[in-house]
Design a protein around this ligand. Structure first.
Ligand SMILES: Nc1ncnc2c1ncn2[C@@H]1O[C@H](COP(=O)(O)OP(=O)(O)O)[C@@H](O)[C@H]1O
Ligand SMILES: [Mg+2]
Length: 301
């Protein structure tokens, strides 16, 4: 089942179309991750799913109704969106920004409820920003600020959560914390999540449903273990890689580069490997005499 779907979605900036007739059914109660090279239209798609961008053709449907025909407040009660580069109002404090996540739930007769207070406190604790509550957002580090934005999106307590590269600026431990948090929200509260991630291995590890995009189109979608192959990585990212099962999770693990293939095929004039090849291969001196891949007929020596 899919509460949120895109139907023949075409998205453009002025005359430039960047997403072409995209069909997507976001699986309810699952974590969907969108991957793809820079500028392929991931953020654009996510913004349209959250109604920040109006389709040129086609539509986004929430519970069968076109987003364009649903009142803004109703959408905000159902869909939380963290854009890729959100901009905070000047001089706003952390607590105030997170509290803004509650706006869709407030009424003219009650500005602030216990429920709002609980949601904000909870969101700040989960994202580890409670200690920053009174600090101005514009005086925080990139990573702290990112966690505050995530807190705001969480405080909105929507069934659908759209996150555009939520791990940007975060150090590795906070990246894992945020991704674990997303999974926990999904697991404990059956939240449906769509996020854009640029790290393919994190995507493969955290996605129930993976969507690979290229040049404004979906190239493949499905369970990571069903779709992530070296061929897909080459098709989508133009990258040679080896895909092995992650020894911890069993999900596909993409090892970039092909250590046994010289970056520059040796010729009689150039038998010395470039220095960088050793880095790519990571196999030290052995890289200068790589084992021959029997399937590789491109080498002349
Ligand atoms: N506000 C905008 N105005 C004009 N072009 C834009 C705008 N935002 C994005 N684009 C262009 O649309 C294309 C897709 O961008 P985007 O969806 O942000 O890519 P991704 O998130 O996959 O890196 C890019 O070529 C980008 O330059
Ligand atoms: Mg983007």
């Amino acid at each position: 089942m899919s509460r949120l779907t895109a139907r023949e979605l075409t998205l453009a900036y002025e005359d430039r179309t960047v997403v072409h007739e995209l069909d997507l059914a976001v699986p309810d109660g699952q974590v969907t991750v969108i991957v793809g090279p820079n500028a392929c239209g991931k953020s654009t798609t996510l913004r349209a799913l959250g109604r920040l961008l109006k389709p040129k053709h086609g539509a986004v449907l929430l519970d069968g109704a076109e987003l364009a025909k649903i009142p803004t407040k109703k959408i905000a009660q159902a869909i939380g969106l963290l854009p890729q580069s959100p901009v905070a109002p000047e001089a706003i404090t952390v607590a105030d920004l997170v509290s803004r996540g509650r706006q869709p739930h407030q009424h003219w007769w009650q500005q602030w409820s216990d429920e709002d207070e609980r949601a904000v406190t909870d969101a700040m604790e989960r994202t580890d920003v409670t200690a920053l509550a009174e600090r101005p957002v514009d005086a925080l580090s990139g990573g702290q600020r990112q966690r505050v934005w995530i807190a705001m999106a969480l405080a909105q307590e929507t069934d659908l959560l759209l996150l555009d590269e939520p791990t940007t600026y975060l150090d590795i431990s906070h990246q894992v914390e945020v991704l674990d948090l997303v999974r926990q929200l999904n697991h404990d509260h059956a939240r449906t999540v769509v996020m854009v991630l640029h790290d393919l291995n994190q995507a493969a590890r955290y996605a129930d449903h993976l969507v690979a995009m290229k040049q404004g189109r979906i190239v493949a979608e499905g369970r990571p273990q069903d779709i992530v192959t070296a061929n897909l990585v080459r098709e989508v990212f133009g990258l040679t890689s080896v895909v092995i099962p992650d020894p911890v999770t069993g999900s596909p693990l993409v090892i970039p580069g092909a250590p046994w293939t010289p970056v520059t095929p040796p010729t009689p004039q150039n038998t010395q490997a470039p220095a960088s090849r050793t880095d790519v291969a990571g196999t030290g001196p052995k890289a200068t005499a790589p084992p021959r891949d029997p399937a590789d007929t491109s080498r002349t020596t």
